[in-house]
Write a protein that binds this ligand. Structure first.
Ligand SMILES: [Zn+2]
Length: 84
């Protein structure tokens, strides 16, 4: 039996391959560092295994939970470009 699970609060993982950026957070108002993160929006539950089926990418505020999401294609381009 498989089940599709959607989570609103993915566990963001920092991807250090992409340069973090400094900007003012629209949520907490702090001028802070945004790290490039990868999160799982949905995964499939199969017995004891969780299989990721959809990834989301974004820059996450280092102070609050705000994430500025980017499209998967943009994210791939960022990873390809690497740190500048
Ligand atoms: Zn913030």
């Amino acid at each position: 039996m498989t089940m599709i699970v959607t989570t609103n609060s993915p566990n963001w993982k920092v991807d250090a391959r992409v340069q973090s950026k400094k900007m003012k957070c629209p949520r907490c108002g702090n001028e802070t560092v945004f790290n490039f993160c990868v999160g799982l929006e949905r995964y499939e539950q199969y017995l004891f295994f969780k299989i990721p089926i959809e990834k989301i990418y974004g820059f996450k505020c280092s102070i609050c939970p705000y994430v500025e999401t980017v499209d998967a294609q943009v994210a791939k381009a960022l990873v390809k470009r690497g740190r500048v």
